[in-house]
Design a protein around this ligand. Sequence first.
Ligand code: 5GP
Length: 113
Amino acid sequence: MSDSIFTRIINREIPSEIVYEDDSVIAIRDIQPQAPVHLLVIPKCPDYRDVVDLATGDAELMAHMVAVAGQLANEHANGDFRLIFNSGEDAGQTVFHVHAHVLAGGLEEGTLA
Ligand code: 5GP
């Protein structure tokens, strides 16, 4: 299977604005922001297609993603944030390499990524 767009970003084959990186995750600015702060926290491991896959396959990695989201919300906004995992096409998922949307910085009621 060909690499997802996020694997290509992780491998620096496609440019992006990286705001955080460690051994297991990367965080970038979404190319089409839906909020004043719209970041994506992405595991480097390409094995998990969606949040259910991740939660059942590596709960520790999922917990780490949530912790990173909280850290980024502190650094980029006032610490309050919305965390969204779109799971499946009908829910709006377009990239099938699990990722968390971190929305912050003044959210309008009903904002969804
Ligand atoms: P999904 O719809 O799968 O939940 O979220 C995918 C997100 O990835 C979308 O919000 C979309 O704007 C973002 N995205 C897609 N391609 C790129 C890209 O090349 N660079 C960045 N920074 N974001 C991207």
